[in-house]
Design a protein around this ligand. Structure first.
Ligand SMILES: [Zn+2]
Ligand SMILES: [Zn+2]
Length: 321
């Protein structure tokens, strides 16, 4: 008869097995991209604001921090304090409203926080002033928690760097290159990012119109995650503001052309702007996909919040949440 101790050992072994296999998977899965938030300014529960987590080797990098970024990071089981850097494509509110939460909640002495060093942020001109403004806005909280909870001041600091096109980060074999995209005359500079690791790469478009510079930097990448915007033709004819918004983004047919020219191993759509005036309904994501397919017949997926892409040597796979 088995003793209680052996039963416990068997039970522990059974529990341990999934851990062993997930550790093995993690070893093979050394370059992962999680689309935390894939939405646009519409405050829906289905799609939170733009935010993408890239885990490459030892590095954990966050690209944009839109609405709900901290909840989505929590859902991935990643402590916010373990994020090595935050990279901002531009300072439109839908891409940055989640920053104070990631910053300050990431500082708290809890399993989801524990950052003891300054939060490092890279972004376009204006980033330093915005971060200084955030420090001012949350000064009461920071000073009170330092006095009351004895939290380390270091962890509540922000270290901001304003970037130009080029390599902006290079740590542990992970290289981040910023490249300019075109989000309109008054929104300059506005960046897309390319992350290279161990001969593999992912490119994030940020917000942009059709951009030749993006095509230049994304050609041959493993995974290209690109935004799109669409309104029904009758709404485009009727509404000046809608035409204005569409003119700042990439149309689905154009996204198809971008994918056809860059030939990624996997193409994904995120930050899909679907416009309505309340009378003429918004197009669907299927409409966007159908139009993109007019110019591109390769592998393509509409990204969802918490979708996980694995960039492996032999190709890109993805898992729905
Ligand atoms: Zn924008
Ligand atoms: Zn946006």
């Amino acid at each position: 008869m088995l003793s209680k101790v052996s039963l416990i050992v068997i039970a522990l072994t059974l529990i341990a097995h999934p851990d062993v296999s997930s550790a093995q998977t993690a070893a093979a899965n050394d370059f992962e991209v999680i689309t935390l938030g894939t939405g646009f300014p519409a405050p829906t529960m289905k799609r939170f604001g733009p935010a993408t987590l890239v885990k490459a080797g030892k590095e954990i990098l966050l690209f944009d921090a839109g609405r709900g970024a901290s909840q989505r990071i929590w859902q991935t089981g990643t402590p916010m304090g373990s994020i090595n850097g935050l990279f901002l494509t531009h300072l439109h509110s839908d891409h940055i409203v989640g920053i104070p939460d990631v910053w300050l909640t990431g500082w708290l002495p809890s399993p989801f926080g524990r950052r003891s060093t300054p939060m490092r942020v890279w972004g376009p001109k204006g980033t330093k002033a915005m971060m200084a403004g955030l420090e001012k806005a949350y000064d009461w909280d920071v000073e009170t928690r330092i006095a009351d909870q004895k939290l380390a001041r270091e962890g509540a600091a922000i270290s901001a760097t304003e970037i130009e096109e080029g390599v902006i980060y290079n740590q542990n074999g992970v290289k981040v290159t910023a490249f300019e995209v075109d989000h309109g005359e008054l929104i300059k500079p506005c960046f897309g990012f390319r992350v290279d690791y161990d001969g593999r790469s992912v490119v994030l478009s940020g917000d942009t119109k059709f951009s030749e510079n993006l095509i230049k930097h994304a050609t041959g990448t493993d995974l290209l995650i690109h935004q799109a915007a669409m309104a029904k033709d009758e709404l485009l004819e009727k509404s000046v503001p809608v035409r204005y918004i569409i003119a700042h983004h990439t149309k689905p047919e154009e996204v198809g052309t971008v994918f056809a020219r860059t030939k990624p191993k996997m193409a994904a759509l995120y930050h899909i702007v679907l416009l309505t005036d309340g009378k003429i309904p918004a197009p669907t994501e299927a409409d966007v996909e159908e139009r993109a397919k007019k110019n591109y017949q390769g592998p393509m997926v509409i990204a969802e919040d918490l979708m996980r892409f694995s960039i492996k040597k032999d190709g890109v796979t993805y898992m729905k949440p």
